[in-house]
Design a protein around this ligand. Structure first.
Ligand SMILES: NC(=O)C[C@H](N)C(=O)O
Length: 501
């Protein structure tokens, strides 16, 4: 048997079913690969013993004929998902020492289907960021690097030099999937956190419809926007993951009771006869010409595959980013009020309780999280609520209406996933607004609650991957994934990052 970590999730699933490989073997292969990739800093915690035990139990189940759809498949879990008996930190110091006594619904669903968890993946602190630089565990490195002399490498002191971001907030998930440190990973997307890192690492990231995957047991950032989804090596793998992750959950009042289709089965249907809208407002001033060209390429691919492509107009697009950066911090400031040094994790002792709260929060939250709490508290405060929060909510509703109306005449929308390829660590971290601009193409889907996917589609002049985004109708992830498959097939993207770590 060749190296099981080279197999896609679908291939590994089939090899496991054919007993060409055991889960124990696949799990061991991944664990040793993870060990050799510590320079990427993709995992904040590797659970080798638990994973080996789980793999053995999975092999036993298979021997008894009880295999689930993901039986024995080793996965990485973003550290925003609470995992029973395994510390879950949201990459924040404030959750230091917190071990959940429960399992999130999404990870329970994956375990129900037979998956094996390798460990917890790095991320931006509380999922706030687009470069994985806000993590209390340090930045994640993108396995992709520029071609030429300034390429990422290990310096004389053993440290990574010239590292690029794998995107954020699910940077551990995207880096681990791109470097084959798991068969696929869970991730979450509040304003692009699945699709942007997928785009920067040549992986496939799906943000499902709001309500498709349960939020129960996922550390909350902005509850009306947060949605779990997969980052995987290809569209088929993402389809398989999504089917296992999704489903109604009475423990999440925003979870929707709808049957979960067999997304993998839908992939064969192609895009013939579908109508794809190209929103002209996504053509930004100063957009790199390579992204513009890739977008045009995507339009041609869709046409060649039999879809009808039409230009559409979404005039409210320009308000999406400002609205997101009011609504998300507002909800974050409320959600993060619970970290007070009493109930979870870190406590900085002080005889005065108010001072204990203040010291704990000052020591426990990083700079970006503190910034969001301040913004959120400001826009919700008496005197500013109407001017900022209430107005943002009204505009959000109009943006969602505009989107849904556009979906009255098109089945999908095609846009770039990100305004740039992977950038250097430190390059944008001193300017929050510059960082927030990473989310310009992705936040609308969260505000409107619709599903979106990023698919690897091309390589820029520096050798870095670029993705295309498709947006779909609520709860129509099947059509979304059919479109993604059409792009994947047309792009024929097979490049892989060469190993330097
Ligand atoms: N969580 C997300 O979707 C990431 C987004 N870039 C943010 O910082 O809010």
């Amino acid at each position: 048997m060749s190296d099981p970590t080279d197999l896609s999730l679908a291939q590994l699933r089939d090899a496991l079913a054919a007993k060409d490989v055991s889960s124990a073997e696949a799990t061991d292969a991944y664990l040793s690969k993870i060990e050799g990739a510590s320079a990427l800093n993709a995992y904040v915690r590797v659970e080798g013993d638990k994973a080996r035990e789980a793999a053995k139990a999975s092999d036993d189940r298979r021997a008894k004929g009880e295999a689930g759809p993901l039986e024995g498949v080793p996965l990485g879990i973003k550290d925003l998902f609470c995992t029973k008996g395994i510390p879950s930190t949201a990459a924040s110091r404030i959750l230091e020492g917190f071990t959940p006594p429960y399992e999130s619904t999404v990870t329970s669903n994956l375990l129900r289907d037979g998956a094996v968890f390798l460990g917890k993946l790095n991320m931006d602190e509380f999922a706030m960021g687009s470069s994985n630089e806000t993590s209390a565990f340090g930045p994640v490195i993108n396995p992709w690097r520029k071609s030429g002399s300034n390429a990422t490498h290990i310096g004389a002191d053993g440290k990574v030099e010239g590292g690029l971001t794998p995107g954020g907030s699910s940077g551990g998930s995207s880096s681990a999937v791109a470097a084959h440190l798991c068969a696929a990973a869970t991730a979450t997307d509040t304003g692009g956190s699945i699709r942007q890192p997928a785009s920067l690492t040549a992986t496939v990231g799906v943000k499902p419809t709001y309500g498709r995957c349960s939020r129960w047991g996922i550390v909350a950032f902005a509850s009306s926007l947060d949605q779990a989804g997969p980052i995987a090596r290809d569209v088929r793998d993402a389809a398989i993951m999504l089917r296992s992750m999704a489903g109604h959950d009475p423990k999440d009042s925003t979870s929707i009771d709808r049957p979960v289709p067999d997304y993998e089965a839908a992939l064969g249907q192609g895009v013939k006869g579908l109508k794809v809208g190209v929103p002209k407002e996504y053509r930004l001033d100063g957009m790199p010409s390579e992204i513009e060209a890739l977008w045009q390429q995507g339009i041609d691919w869709m046409r060649d595959a039999g879809a009808e492509v039409v230009e559409i107009s979404l005039p409210l697009t320009k308000y999406a980013l400002p609205v997101y950066y009011i609504v998300a911090p507002a909800e974050a400031s409320s959600n993060l009020a619970r970290y007070d040094g009493v109930k979870y994790g870190l406590r900085v002792e002080d005889p005065d309780i108010q001072t204990m709260y203040a010291k704990t929060r000052a020591a426990g939250f990083g700079q970006e999280v503190q910034r969001r709490i301040l913004i959120g508290t400001y826009v919700l405060s008496a005197g500013y609520y109407d001017a900022y929060y209430l107005r943002a909510q009204k505009v959000r509703k109009k943006i969602a209406d505009e989107m849904n109306e556009a979906f009255g005449s098109v089945d999908l929308m095609l846009t770039p996933s990100t305004p740039s390829a992977a950038f250097g660590l430190g390059e944008k971290s001193s300017d929050p607004v510059e960082m927030y601009l990473n989310d310009v193409f992705t936040v609308t889907a969260n505000l409107a609650g619709i599903p979106g996917v990023s698919v690897p589609a091309g390589i820029d002049a520096q050798g870095l991957p670029l993705g295309l985004q498709l947006l779909g109708r609520p709860f129509d992830e099947e059509t979304l994934l059919r479109g993604a498959k059409a792009i994947e097939d047309a792009a024929g993207f097979t490049a892989r990052p060469e190993k330097w770590w």
